[in-house]
Design a protein around this ligand. Sequence first.
Ligand SMILES: NCc1[nH]cc(CCC(=O)O)c1CC(=O)O
Length: 308
Amino acid sequence: MIIGTRGSDLALAQAKTVGGLLDNRGFPTTRKIIKTSGDTFTDRPLHEVEGVGAFVRELDDRMLSGEIDIAVHSMKDLPTERPAELSIAAVIERDSPHDVLLTNDGSTLDELPEEAIVGTTSMRRRAQFLRYRPDLNVQDLRGNINTRVKKLESGTYDAIILAEAGLQRMGWDIECHRLDADGFCPSANQGTIAVVTLAGSEAELLCSQIDHAESRIATEVERLVIRDVEGGCIVPVGSFAEFVDNGNTIHIRAEILSLDGKRDIRLDEMIPVDNYREHAKELGQKLVALGGKELVKEAISQLSPKND
Ligand SMILES: NCc1[nH]cc(CCC(=O)O)c1CC(=O)O
Protein backbone atom coordinates (compact mmCIF):
# COMPACT_ATOMS: atom_id res chain seq x y z
CA MET A 1 0.00 0.00 0.00
CA ILE A 2 1.20 3.49 -0.82
CA ILE A 3 1.15 6.19 1.85
CA GLY A 4 0.90 9.70 0.45
CA THR A 5 2.42 12.50 2.50
CA ARG A 6 3.63 16.07 2.26
CA GLY A 7 7.38 16.40 2.04
CA SER A 8 8.12 18.43 5.19
CA ASP A 9 10.12 16.74 7.94
CA LEU A 10 7.07 16.81 10.21
CA ALA A 11 4.80 15.24 7.60
CA LEU A 12 7.42 12.58 6.85
CA ALA A 13 7.80 11.77 10.54
CA GLN A 14 4.04 11.35 10.80
CA ALA A 15 3.92 9.13 7.72
CA LYS A 16 6.75 7.00 9.16
CA THR A 17 4.85 6.57 12.42
CA VAL A 18 1.78 5.33 10.57
CA GLY A 19 3.89 3.15 8.25
CA GLY A 20 5.58 1.61 11.30
CA LEU A 21 2.27 0.83 13.01
CA LEU A 22 0.99 -0.86 9.84
CA ASP A 23 4.26 -2.74 9.26
CA ASN A 24 4.04 -4.09 12.82
CA ARG A 25 0.72 -5.65 11.92
CA GLY A 26 2.14 -7.22 8.81
CA PHE A 27 0.93 -4.66 6.26
CA PRO A 28 3.96 -3.37 4.32
CA THR A 29 3.80 0.21 2.99
CA THR A 30 5.80 2.55 0.79
CA ARG A 31 5.80 6.35 0.85
CA LYS A 32 5.08 8.85 -1.89
CA ILE A 33 5.73 12.56 -1.40
CA ILE A 34 3.08 14.95 -2.73
CA LYS A 35 3.74 18.68 -3.08
CA THR A 36 0.80 20.86 -2.03
CA SER A 37 -0.05 24.50 -2.69
CA GLY A 38 0.30 25.15 1.05
CA ASP A 39 3.98 24.21 0.68
CA THR A 40 4.52 26.49 -2.32
CA PHE A 41 3.42 29.84 -0.90
CA THR A 42 5.46 29.81 2.29
CA ASP A 43 6.08 33.56 2.23
CA ARG A 44 2.48 34.62 2.80
CA PRO A 45 0.30 34.25 5.90
CA LEU A 46 -1.69 31.05 5.72
CA HIS A 47 -5.09 32.73 5.65
CA GLU A 48 -4.06 34.56 2.47
CA VAL A 49 -2.99 31.42 0.60
CA GLU A 50 -6.29 29.63 0.32
CA GLY A 51 -7.49 29.26 3.84
CA VAL A 52 -8.69 26.03 5.24
CA GLY A 53 -7.39 22.84 3.69
CA ALA A 54 -4.42 24.21 1.75
CA PHE A 55 -2.37 21.15 2.67
CA VAL A 56 -5.08 18.59 2.32
CA ARG A 57 -6.82 18.93 -1.05
CA GLU A 58 -3.89 17.75 -3.14
CA LEU A 59 -3.61 14.52 -1.16
CA ASP A 60 -7.37 14.00 -1.40
CA ASP A 61 -7.17 14.33 -5.21
CA ARG A 62 -4.32 11.84 -5.50
CA MET A 63 -6.30 9.36 -3.44
CA LEU A 64 -9.48 9.85 -5.47
CA SER A 65 -7.44 9.24 -8.65
CA GLY A 66 -6.04 6.01 -7.18
CA GLU A 67 -2.43 7.18 -6.96
CA ILE A 68 -2.14 6.61 -3.22
CA ASP A 69 -3.98 4.26 -0.83
CA ILE A 70 -3.43 6.03 2.46
CA ALA A 71 -2.93 9.70 3.34
CA VAL A 72 -1.47 10.87 6.63
CA HIS A 73 -2.42 14.28 8.02
CA SER A 74 -2.10 16.37 11.14
CA MET A 75 -5.74 16.04 12.09
CA LYS A 76 -6.07 19.69 13.08
CA ASP A 77 -5.39 20.64 9.44
CA LEU A 78 -8.34 18.58 8.13
CA PRO A 79 -11.29 20.81 7.17
CA THR A 80 -14.70 19.94 8.58
CA GLU A 81 -16.19 19.39 5.14
CA ARG A 82 -14.65 16.28 3.57
CA PRO A 83 -15.26 14.48 0.26
CA ALA A 84 -17.90 11.80 0.86
CA GLU A 85 -15.73 9.14 -0.83
CA LEU A 86 -13.02 9.50 1.83
CA SER A 87 -12.95 8.13 5.34
CA ILE A 88 -10.88 8.76 8.47
CA ALA A 89 -9.89 5.11 8.81
CA ALA A 90 -7.77 5.65 11.91
CA VAL A 91 -7.10 8.27 14.54
CA ILE A 92 -3.68 7.55 16.03
CA GLU A 93 -3.18 7.76 19.81
CA ARG A 94 -2.73 11.42 20.57
CA ASP A 95 0.63 13.03 21.30
CA SER A 96 0.78 16.22 23.37
CA PRO A 97 -2.18 18.49 22.50
CA HIS A 98 -0.46 21.53 24.05
CA ASP A 99 1.34 24.55 22.68
CA VAL A 100 4.84 25.37 23.84
CA LEU A 101 6.80 28.61 24.02
CA LEU A 102 10.40 28.62 22.80
CA THR A 103 12.54 31.58 23.78
CA ASN A 104 16.03 32.58 22.72
CA ASP A 105 17.36 33.07 26.22
CA GLY A 106 15.30 30.39 27.97
CA SER A 107 12.97 32.86 29.69
CA THR A 108 9.40 31.85 30.43
CA LEU A 109 6.31 33.66 29.19
CA ASP A 110 6.14 35.68 32.41
CA GLU A 111 9.82 36.58 32.17
CA LEU A 112 9.73 37.93 28.61
CA PRO A 113 10.44 41.69 28.60
CA GLU A 114 7.74 44.15 27.58
CA GLU A 115 7.33 44.51 23.81
CA ALA A 116 9.16 41.22 23.21
CA ILE A 117 8.59 39.96 19.66
CA VAL A 118 6.62 36.71 19.62
CA GLY A 119 6.25 34.87 16.30
CA THR A 120 3.13 33.00 15.26
CA THR A 121 0.75 33.04 12.30
CA SER A 122 -2.05 31.39 14.22
CA MET A 123 -4.84 33.84 15.03
CA ARG A 124 -5.75 31.74 18.06
CA ARG A 125 -2.25 31.87 19.50
CA ARG A 126 -1.98 35.59 18.76
CA ALA A 127 -5.24 36.36 20.57
CA GLN A 128 -4.40 34.12 23.54
CA PHE A 129 -1.00 35.73 23.90
CA LEU A 130 -2.41 39.24 23.73
CA ARG A 131 -5.06 38.30 26.29
CA TYR A 132 -2.38 37.16 28.73
CA ARG A 133 0.30 39.73 27.87
CA PRO A 134 -1.21 42.69 25.94
CA ASP A 135 2.22 44.33 25.96
CA LEU A 136 3.82 41.69 23.73
CA ASN A 137 4.53 42.39 20.07
CA VAL A 138 3.05 39.44 18.16
CA GLN A 139 4.39 39.14 14.60
CA ASP A 140 3.65 36.82 11.69
CA LEU A 141 5.85 33.76 11.36
CA ARG A 142 5.20 31.46 8.42
CA GLY A 143 7.02 28.31 7.43
CA ASN A 144 7.40 24.78 8.64
CA ILE A 145 8.77 23.91 12.05
CA ASN A 146 12.40 23.91 10.87
CA THR A 147 12.07 27.40 9.38
CA ARG A 148 10.33 28.74 12.44
CA VAL A 149 12.98 27.46 14.84
CA LYS A 150 15.73 28.87 12.57
CA LYS A 151 14.06 32.29 12.61
CA LEU A 152 14.00 32.17 16.40
CA GLU A 153 17.68 31.25 16.54
CA SER A 154 18.62 34.01 14.10
CA GLY A 155 17.23 36.54 16.58
CA THR A 156 14.37 37.85 14.42
CA TYR A 157 12.01 36.85 17.23
CA ASP A 158 12.44 36.73 20.99
CA ALA A 159 10.02 33.82 21.24
CA ILE A 160 7.91 31.55 19.07
CA ILE A 161 4.94 29.29 19.75
CA LEU A 162 4.71 25.75 18.40
CA ALA A 163 2.66 22.64 18.93
CA GLU A 164 4.52 20.42 21.41
CA ALA A 165 3.54 17.41 19.29
CA GLY A 166 5.51 18.83 16.38
CA LEU A 167 8.67 19.01 18.48
CA GLN A 168 8.08 15.50 19.82
CA ARG A 169 7.67 14.09 16.32
CA MET A 170 10.79 15.83 15.05
CA GLY A 171 12.66 14.19 17.93
CA TRP A 172 14.20 17.50 18.97
CA ASP A 173 15.22 18.01 22.53
CA ILE A 174 14.89 21.80 22.76
CA GLU A 175 14.14 23.65 25.96
CA CYS A 176 10.57 24.89 25.88
CA HIS A 177 7.77 25.93 28.21
CA ARG A 178 4.41 24.20 27.99
CA LEU A 179 1.43 26.56 27.87
CA ASP A 180 -1.46 25.41 30.04
CA ALA A 181 -4.79 24.61 28.42
CA ASP A 182 -6.72 27.03 30.67
CA GLY A 183 -5.00 30.09 29.26
CA PHE A 184 -3.97 28.62 25.92
CA CYS A 185 -6.71 26.24 24.85
CA PRO A 186 -5.26 24.27 21.88
CA SER A 187 -6.79 23.99 18.43
CA ALA A 188 -9.32 21.24 17.88
CA ASN A 189 -7.47 17.97 17.18
CA GLN A 190 -4.01 19.40 17.83
CA GLY A 191 -1.43 16.66 18.43
CA THR A 192 -3.41 13.97 16.64
CA ILE A 193 -2.58 12.18 13.40
CA ALA A 194 -5.42 11.14 11.08
CA VAL A 195 -5.18 8.34 8.54
CA VAL A 196 -7.39 8.85 5.49
CA THR A 197 -8.42 6.18 2.96
CA LEU A 198 -11.13 5.63 0.37
CA ALA A 199 -14.37 4.65 2.12
CA GLY A 200 -15.05 0.95 1.72
CA SER A 201 -11.51 0.12 0.60
CA GLU A 202 -9.23 -2.66 1.83
CA ALA A 203 -6.87 0.03 3.13
CA GLU A 204 -9.68 1.38 5.32
CA LEU A 205 -10.21 -2.04 6.87
CA LEU A 206 -6.50 -2.56 7.56
CA CYS A 207 -6.03 0.94 8.98
CA SER A 208 -8.97 0.51 11.35
CA GLN A 209 -6.66 -1.79 13.33
CA ILE A 210 -4.49 1.13 14.38
CA ASP A 211 -7.40 3.34 15.45
CA HIS A 212 -7.30 4.63 19.03
CA ALA A 213 -10.82 4.87 20.42
CA GLU A 214 -10.26 7.56 23.10
CA SER A 215 -8.39 9.80 20.69
CA ARG A 216 -11.13 9.37 18.09
CA ILE A 217 -13.83 10.33 20.59
CA ALA A 218 -11.89 13.30 22.01
CA THR A 219 -11.22 14.70 18.54
CA GLU A 220 -14.85 14.22 17.53
CA VAL A 221 -16.06 16.04 20.65
CA GLU A 222 -13.69 18.93 19.96
CA ARG A 223 -15.11 19.33 16.47
CA LEU A 224 -18.76 18.95 17.49
CA VAL A 225 -18.49 21.62 20.17
CA ILE A 226 -17.24 24.29 17.74
CA ARG A 227 -19.13 23.04 14.67
CA ASP A 228 -21.99 25.50 14.92
CA VAL A 229 -19.80 28.59 15.20
CA GLU A 230 -18.37 27.68 11.77
CA GLY A 231 -14.93 29.10 12.29
CA GLY A 232 -12.61 26.94 10.23
CA CYS A 233 -9.00 26.80 11.35
CA ILE A 234 -7.99 30.41 10.70
CA VAL A 235 -10.09 32.17 13.33
CA PRO A 236 -9.22 32.39 17.04
CA VAL A 237 -11.03 29.29 18.22
CA GLY A 238 -9.75 26.66 20.64
CA SER A 239 -11.32 23.34 21.57
CA PHE A 240 -9.78 20.69 23.79
CA ALA A 241 -11.30 17.49 25.15
CA GLU A 242 -9.54 15.12 27.53
CA PHE A 243 -10.61 11.96 29.29
CA VAL A 244 -10.69 12.17 33.11
CA ASP A 245 -12.24 10.07 35.89
CA ASN A 246 -10.79 6.73 34.65
CA GLY A 247 -12.09 7.36 31.18
CA ASN A 248 -15.73 7.85 32.23
CA THR A 249 -15.89 11.61 31.83
CA ILE A 250 -14.69 14.06 29.22
CA HIS A 251 -13.39 17.47 30.27
CA ILE A 252 -14.06 19.90 27.45
CA ARG A 253 -12.74 23.44 27.15
CA ALA A 254 -13.58 25.61 24.18
CA GLU A 255 -13.24 29.29 23.44
CA ILE A 256 -13.56 31.97 20.80
CA LEU A 257 -11.53 35.15 21.10
CA SER A 258 -11.58 38.54 19.42
CA LEU A 259 -8.45 39.04 17.31
CA ASP A 260 -6.95 41.42 19.86
CA GLY A 261 -7.62 38.99 22.72
CA LYS A 262 -9.66 41.58 24.62
CA ARG A 263 -12.92 39.63 24.49
CA ASP A 264 -13.61 35.93 24.70
CA ILE A 265 -16.44 33.43 25.01
CA ARG A 266 -15.51 30.29 26.92
CA LEU A 267 -16.79 26.89 27.97
CA ASP A 268 -15.31 24.63 30.63
CA GLU A 269 -17.50 21.58 31.23
CA MET A 270 -17.55 17.90 32.15
CA ILE A 271 -19.67 15.52 30.08
CA PRO A 272 -20.23 11.78 30.55
CA VAL A 273 -18.69 9.54 27.88
CA ASP A 274 -22.07 7.82 27.42
CA ASN A 275 -23.97 9.76 24.79
CA TYR A 276 -20.99 12.06 24.28
CA ARG A 277 -22.26 13.20 20.86
CA GLU A 278 -25.51 14.59 22.27
CA HIS A 279 -23.70 16.34 25.10
CA ALA A 280 -21.11 17.80 22.75
CA LYS A 281 -23.81 19.14 20.41
CA GLU A 282 -25.59 20.75 23.37
CA LEU A 283 -22.36 22.48 24.33
CA GLY A 284 -22.02 23.63 20.75
CA GLN A 285 -25.43 25.27 21.02
CA LYS A 286 -24.40 26.86 24.29
CA LEU A 287 -21.37 28.40 22.58
CA VAL A 288 -23.69 29.85 19.92
CA ALA A 289 -26.11 31.15 22.58
CA LEU A 290 -23.22 32.91 24.29
CA GLY A 291 -22.56 34.86 21.07
CA GLY A 292 -19.88 32.62 19.56
CA LYS A 293 -21.08 33.00 15.99
CA GLU A 294 -20.96 36.78 16.12
CA LEU A 295 -17.43 36.77 17.47
CA VAL A 296 -16.29 34.38 14.72
CA LYS A 297 -17.94 36.56 12.04
CA GLU A 298 -16.29 39.65 13.44
CA ALA A 299 -12.86 37.97 13.31
CA ILE A 300 -13.38 36.75 9.75
CA SER A 301 -14.50 40.20 8.56
CA GLN A 302 -11.34 41.72 10.01
CA LEU A 303 -9.15 39.07 8.36
CA SER A 304 -10.49 38.93 4.82
CA PRO A 305 -9.15 41.41 2.29
CA LYS A 306 -11.70 44.21 1.84
CA ASN A 307 -13.42 44.34 -1.56
CA ASP A 308 -13.78 48.09 -1.58
N1 LIG B 1 -0.32 24.64 11.84
C1 LIG B 1 0.47 23.63 11.21
C2 LIG B 1 0.57 22.41 12.06
N2 LIG B 1 -0.29 21.39 11.87
C3 LIG B 1 0.01 20.44 12.82
C4 LIG B 1 1.07 20.88 13.58
C5 LIG B 1 1.71 20.18 14.70
C6 LIG B 1 1.30 18.77 14.93
C7 LIG B 1 -0.11 18.58 15.43
O1 LIG B 1 -0.73 19.48 16.01
O2 LIG B 1 -0.60 17.46 15.26
C8 LIG B 1 1.45 22.12 13.09
C9 LIG B 1 2.56 22.95 13.58
C10 LIG B 1 2.20 23.86 14.73
O3 LIG B 1 1.01 24.16 14.95
O4 LIG B 1 3.12 24.31 15.44
